[in-house]
Design a protein around this ligand. Structure first.
Ligand SMILES: [Zn+2]
Ligand SMILES: [Zn+2]
Length: 461
């Protein structure tokens, strides 16, 4: 090597570092609005270049992390590890920081992968996925011949060059299964001992769920949640506004309703599990003392009555769920629309005097008649199958509404809630079928729309 070559290398390194900082400064100064100024083709091309540049820089960062680790610089700066140093100095979360260090170390022995990352053909997430898969293979098959390992790495790299990192991880799992048929439950994805399903009540009274499931159980969950979670256009073909996540929750609630309603569950104290709501008939009818109209008496002219506030706050809230506790009057009235009812008469000291038989509010014959008339959810544009629907009392039974066909409408849970929130109104038309009045924001004139299975029917009135 001549001194000229050494000089050339050193000049080129300096200029690369200079150019790098220059480019970074240019991009930092580039106002976001400039993206809006780019023509379509420019936008697409520049975006691809930025993605590639980011991968190249990630590759450089990864090699630098490897070097920092080799020189044990973190200890010199008083950190316990390179990962901890990254967390402190570069403000990277502990998990990702640890993964960056592990990937940097793995790339030392994965030269083809390192080379593709170096030119930005794969992303650092791809490199992480390959490194993770190879590490799992190394652990499971310590005696794999070098040539086998090379083919495995190349196979993963080929996937990375064509598909996203998730596809690399999936291929990695396939390779692992092919190389090392696991004992039943030995494979982490299939290990049921690791399963967790935690439920907790949040501070705001909502339910929190966190789970970690084996592949087969998770597959069952996805299968059960999938078919009916597809977006459902609203009336007039308007796009379903619910996100995929919201649709999944609706489907999950449908599943629970179907299960609890099917009566196949095990019994508890002789009773099949149901949602249990305790409420007095008086409160359900909305005439209990709990209704406190703050806008009612004019505060200017009426003296605030301390006693009535004491009554309001001291008495127990009248609507209580067995597990979750207090529930709003509105939600209680919606649950009461279509439920199993047990009447319990209390004496003056709130001790049960008489327990009546449990009866379905909407009995099986009436429900059949309701399904024959409405087919499925009657809300215009919905029509969800009857199996996912509830009967709604147009005049609540607790307020004297009769449980008969002319006071009932079949509605899916989402639209049942929409009616109870008074977004839409429903009434029985002269044709003895339900008619719906849309909210003013949908139709300022609030013209009635026929039930879903009666599309095209003209208003009789
Ligand atoms: Zn209802
Ligand atoms: Zn519906």
């Amino acid at each position: 090597m001549t001194s000229g070559e050494v000089l050339l290398m050193s000049v080129s390194r300096t200029s690369v570092l200079f150019m790098l900082s220059w480019v970074v400064k240019q991009y930092a100064r580039w106002p976001a609005s400039d993206a809006a100024a780019l023509a379509h083709q420019e936008l697409i091309t520049t975006f691809a270049e930025v993605v590639q540049a980011r991968a190249v820089l990630d590759g450089v960062a990864s090699r630098m992390i490897g070097e920092i680790e080799r020189r044990e610089l973190a200890k010199q700066f008083g950190a316990t590890s390179t990962g901890a140093w990254l967390t402190g100095s570069a403000r990277i979360d502990a998990g990702p920081a640890r993964r960056m260090v592990a990937t940097a170390a793995a790339l030392d022995s994965l030269l083809q992968v390192s080379a593709q990352l170096g030119v930005g053909e794969i992303s650092v997430e791809h490199a992480e996925a390959i490194a993770g898969s190879v590490a799992a293979i190394d652990t499971a098959c310590p005696n794999l011949p070098e040539v086998g390992r090379e083919v495995a790495v190349q196979t993963l790299l080929d996937v990375a060059l064509a598909d996203p990192p998730a596809a690399v991880r999936r291929k990695g799992r396939e390779l692992l299964l092919a190389l090392h048929p696991p004992e039943l439950g030995d494979d982490p994805a299939e290990d049921t001992d690791r399963n967790r399903f935690d439920v907790a009540v949040g501070r705001n009274g909502r339910g929190m769920i966190r789970g970690d499931l084996d592949a087969a159980t998770y597959e069952k969950l996805l299968t059960a949640l999938n078919p009916l979670s597809k977006p459902r256009p609203e009336s007039d073909g308007v796009r379903d506004a619910r996100t995929a996540s919201q649709r999944r929750v609706d489907r999950f609630a449908d599943l629970l309703d179907a299960y609890l309603g099917s009566g196949v569950g095990p019994t508890e104290g002789g009773v099949r599990p149901h949602l249990t709501l305790t409420a007095s008939a008086r409160d359900l009818a909305g005439c209990g003392a709990f209704i406190h109209d703050l806008d009612g008496p004019d505060p200017e002219t009426t003296e605030p009555d301390r006693g009535s506030y004491e009554d309001l706050f001291v008495q127990a809230w009248p609507f209580q769920l067995a597990w979750m506790g207090p529930l709003s009057a509105e939600a209680a009235q919606m649950l009461a629309c279509d439920c199993d009812l047990t009447r319990i008469i209390l004496d003056g000291k709130e001790v049960p005097l008489n327990v009546g038989r449990t009866e379905r509010v909407i009995g099986p014959y009436l429900r059949k008649a309701l399904v024959v008339r409405d087919h499925g959810c009657a809300m215009p544009g919905c029509g969800r199958p009857a199996a996912w629907c509830e009967g709604h009392h147009i005049v609540p039974w607790a307020q004297g509404g009769e449980t008969k066909l002319s006071n009932l409408v079949l509605l899916c849970r989402v639209h049942h809630a929409a009616i109870h929130k008074a977004l839409w109104e429903v009434f029985l038309g002269d044709d003895d079928h339900p008619w719906f009045i849309p909210p003013p924001m949908m139709d300022p004139q609030r013209r009635p729309v026929p039930a879903n299975n009666r599309r095209g029917t003209r208003a009789a009135a």
